[in-house]
Ligand binder design. Structure first.
Ligand SMILES: *Cc1c(COP(=O)(O)O)cnc(C)c1O
Length: 356
């Protein structure tokens, strides 16, 4: 495997950072991993200080959007050792996104090793309190300076890390959009690619103006079947059955979703992975059979849904403190902090790297 060169910053920003007051997404640790793709291979892998990157105005990404990312977390166990969670799955999904967007893949072993070395270096940035973590953002974008619509021949891959405070998520209100769609089969909905999020902003803005927090996306053909929420997959509990739509090509294959499915099956819940329509959800609600709705994603783990607007209907739920969503969240956070035994082999400790 390619060697990772390390160029440490002289002065850490950590002493001037109050880890108890960190707004999400704005505070970065001292170092980043970076490598470039040129002449058909990844080159020059290194960890260095976080810095701006000079960019030509004709950079392909700016014009045609070849850009993908991942989002993962490392938290500390009771001995202060950072734990990665399903890093191999994130590496695999990054490569699946890369293939869809005509971008080069990365050796999964290099991806995971880069994350490990960076997390090892930045371990002191991980806040100690339960639920907080280092958010890890690997991403790749095109760097050719060329105004032609064609796959770039050069790319940059970077991993940024950010300390994040425990995410106390309030129950959310969702608007099932019948005006906009997020993804259709054959499109790029399954790829974690930048344009999907740009495409969702107007729908989100309008949903907020109507008093909702986020958009519940429906299928791109008939506005009938449920897909997912902005950055979360969705689960319904109807008549004691846990239902989530199948990832059919237009839905992001969430790793939290997958983890929930494993845990639910292990705990003996009745789980159904099948298309679910808004008509079915409304009917279940009217018959008092809709027990719970929740979102699943790395950032918040699980979020209770308290309201869904759909056409003339307003579904009102009263999420309980001991909801299934909260139970699943506790389970995942327990695995992440090493407090619950990991029978799945999902977590891996990051011990200090010798050469750092
Ligand atoms: C990242 C993401 C998710 C959640 O995936 P996780 O792997 O669970 O974090 C769900 N939907 C979309 C659109 C996403 O970008």
């Amino acid at each position: 495997m390619m060697e990772i060169r390390i160029d440490k910053v002289k002065l850490s920003k950590l002493p001037q950072t109050d880890l108890t007051k960190i707004p999400f997404g704005r505070v970065f640790t001292d170092h980043m991993f970076i490598m470039e793709y040129k002449n058909g291979s990844w080159q020059n892998a290194r960890i260095e200080g976080v810095r701006s990157i000079p960019m030509h105005p004709a950079n392909l990404t700016l014009h045609y959007g070849q850009s993908i990312f991942e989002g993962m977390k490392a938290s500390k166990n009771e001995d202060g050792v950072p734990l990665l969670f399903r890093a191999d799955m994130h590496a695999a999904r990054m490569n699946a996104s890369a293939k869809r967007m005509c971008m080069p893949t990365i050796d999964p072993a290099l991806f995971v090793e880069a994350v490990r070395q960076l997390v090892s270096m930045e371990r002191d940035w991980i806040p100690g309190d339960e639920g907080s973590a280092l958010y890890i953002r690997p991403f790749m974008f095109a760097t050719d300076e060329f105004l032609g619509v064609a796959p770039s021949e050069s790319y940059v891959f970077i991993i940024l890390t950010l300390p994040v405070a425990p995410y106390y998520s309030h129950p959310v209100k969702l608007l099932a959009s019948t005006d906009y769609i997020r993804a259709a089969k054959g499109g790029v909905g399954e790829a974690k690619t930048a344009g999907n999020y740009a495409a969702s902003l107007l729908a989100s803005k309008e949903a907020k103006q109507k008093g909702f927090d986020q958009v519940l996306w429906l299928d791109g053909r008939d506005f009938k079947y449920v897909q997912e929420v902005g950055t979360m997959n969705i689960f319904f509990v109807i008549n004691d059955k846990v239902i989530t739509p199948p990832t059919d090509g237009a839905i992001l294959k969430g790793i939290t979703r997958d983890s929930f499915l494993h845990i639910l099956k292990d705990k003996g819940y009745a789980v159904e992975i099948r298309p679910i329509s808004m008509d079915e959800v409304v009917e279940a609600y009217q018959n008092d059979q809709l027990q719970e709705v929740f979102g699943a994603g790395t950032a918040a783990v699980a979020v209770d849904v308290q309201q869904i607007g759909y056409k003339d209907h307003l579904i009102e739920l009263n999420p309980r403190k001991d909801s299934l969503a909260q139970l699943l969240k506790k389970e995942i956070n327990g695995l992440r902090s090493g407090k619950i035994e990991d029978r799945y082999g999902w977590t891996e400790p990051v011990y200090e790297v010798e050469n750092v």
